[in-house]
Design a protein around this ligand. Structure first.
Ligand SMILES: NC(=O)c1ccc[n+]([C@@H]2O[C@H](COP(=O)([O-])OP(=O)(O)OC[C@H]3O[C@@H](n4cnc5c(N)ncnc54)[C@H](OP(=O)(O)O)[C@@H]3O)[C@@H](O)[C@H]2O)c1
Length: 479
């Protein structure tokens, strides 16, 4: 069969990917391996919790669901041991030379996405690594294209329309790294709010500084920036402490689903959710069009397509529907969704619906000699809600012309192989599938437990009505 334009682009290329062990990186890797025929793929992987990069590659191939074709793919994939938190990406001279001689395409996905990461680590991983990677890329003999993955929220301090253009960062990378070089960690913590200025956290701030690095240091390079909104739809493998492992809105939805969050959103404005696999597709497609060395490099705000944006009220409706249709037996509380913009009401709900029951259950656990975990769990969830709150109650509008133009430029075959147009996305269909997928794979809760889960929800609701009844009686007696 004749390859499509994108397939032709990657045919026999050597692609260097960072961040392949993460949510998005896995999808990019999988798509590249299953849809295209690259000659080689180099993956920058760091040592992690006693696991060597090589062992992590084995795990990655399993989790990226490439089991069937592992033997075929294995010969193409090579590990580059490194760490974006270290100078020069922590890679050996030998590997560096290999990359310089061999690579033809670079996809930089790695980042620390923890909103409130210590500024030093966030700056090293999200900013210095971009500088180091660009230095390396400039030496690559035959670089055809490079994609830098940023975020739609890198310029979230802009209050109007966020265009597909560069904005002034709070600070240049040189200045930021110089400051960090002179101060100890504690002082850095103390001055962080001042450094961040109008950015809400170290993640968005460092992503903005990194974009400026691309602007100033990647002139005349075949590079582009993709700024995705909030990814949804493919999940990390469950791990202990899984709430940390899943991302933004997914965590929020799963939390709601388990009865952990009674959340912090409102109104009919759009919420920028995007399917993760579509994001992988636009990244791969964008690389093909980065070859032209446009100055300044093109930026793609991948936040959805204007004609079919998901609104917060729809999200509310779908959230409610999915908790009603597919509750889980593992729910620890009522699966209840309340949207509010009022932070006092939110605190009130968190106190009565989370902390009070959690203290009661923990007290029972204590008296039975069991582990107390509910209060801690809810406190963690509340911290997460606070971190997400800024993004939930603020509103941005995005220019998406470049994304839409890119879509129009794709030939029919590529549109089928690498879909990312969201105009015809059936949101409920997508949303419902995500919930079912997560229920089965994530919570290990098969669908046949649904009746039991629904009974459990009724029981919890009954429990709340009883408490409310007792409270009303007590108040009645008192007054
Ligand atoms: N998730 C979203 O909703 C979202 C939205 C917009 C933009 N993005 C952007 O998309 C990219 C990927 O995000 P994601 O959701 O896939 O994040 P993720 O699941 O946390 O993955 C992050 C990746 O970066 C790697 N990484 C982190 N620190 C590293 C270091 N010091 N050295 C080497 N590798 C390191 C991680 O490797 P380890 O496995 O070793 O930790 C992992 O492969 C990021 O650039 C992020 O800014 C994400």
């Amino acid at each position: 069969m004749t390859p499509s334009q994108i397939q032709e682009f990657y045919k026999n290329q050597t692609v260097f990917i960072t961040g392949s062990t993460g949510l998005l990186g896995k999808l990019v890797l999988r798509k590249l391996l299953t849809t295209c025929e690259p000659k080689k793929i180099y993956l920058l992987i760091r040592q992690h919790k006693e696991k060597s990069p090589e062992e992590r590659l084995e795990m990655l191939l399993e989790s990226a669901d490439l089991r069937r074709d592992q033997s075929e793919f294995k010969g193409k994939i090579f590990v580059i041991k490194g760490d974006c938190g270290l100078p020069g990406l922590g890679i050996s001279q030998f590997d560096r030379e290999t990359l310089i001689n061999d690579t033809t395409c670079i996809i930089h996905i790695a980042a620390t996405i923890k909103f409130n990461e210590h500024l030093r680590l966030a700056a090293y991983v999200n900013v210095r690594a971009v500088q180091d990677l660009l230095n390396l890329a400039k030496q690559v003999r035959d670089l055809k294209a490079m994609v830098h993955v940023s975020t739609a929220y890198s310029n979230c301090n802009q209050k109007d329309l966020i265009k597909e253009q560069f904005y002034e960062p709070g600070m240049t990378a040189t200045k930021l790294l110089k400051i960090l070089g002179c101060l100890d960690d504690e002082t850095v913590t103390n001055i962080t709010p001042e450094v961040l200025g109008s950015w809400p956290n170290s993640y968005t701030f460092t992503k903005a500084v990194a974009e400026n690095v691309v602007k100033t240091e990647a002139q005349n390079m075949p590079i582009c920036i993709v700024r995705p909104a909030i990814l949804m739809g493919a999940f990390q493998e469950p791990e202990p402490g899984w709430l940390d492992a899943i991302q933004g809105i997914t965590a929020f939805l799963m939390g709601t689903y388990l009865g952990l969050i009674h959340c912090h959103l409102a109104d009919v404005k759009p919420i920028y959710l995007i399917p993760s696999d579509y994001t992988a597709n636009i990244i791969l497609a964008a690389a093909c069009y980065a070859t032209e060395k446009t100055s300044p490099p093109p930026i793609y705000n991948y936040t959805g397509f204007e004609k079919n944006l998901l609104t917060k009220s729809k999200l509310y409706e779908y959230g409610k529907l999915s908790t009603k249709l597919y509750p889980s037996v593992h729910a620890v509380n009522a699966c209840l969704l309340i949207f509010t913009k009022n932070k006092y009401y939110l605190k009130f709900l968190q106190f009565w619906l989370h902390l009070v029951p959690a203290y009661i259950v923990d007290l029972i656990c204590l008296s039975l000699g069991k582990n107390r975990r509910f209060v801690k769990m809810y406190q963690k969830v509340h911290r997460m809600c606070d971190a997400l709150g800024y993004f939930n109650v603020n509103f941005w509008k995005y220019e998406t012309t470049n994304c839409e133009t890119l879509w129009k430029a794709l030939e029919e075959k590529d549109r089928e192989l690498f879909p990312f147009n969201m105009e015809n996305l059936e949101w409920w269909d997508f949303f419902g599938k995500c919930v079912i997928y997560a229920r089965i794979n994530f919570l290990k809760d098969p669908m046949h437990t649904l009746p039991q889960a629904k009974r459990k929800q009724k029981f919890i609701a009954f429990f709340y009505y009883c408490i409310a009844f007792v409270l009303v009686c007590v108040l009645w007696r008192l007054f």
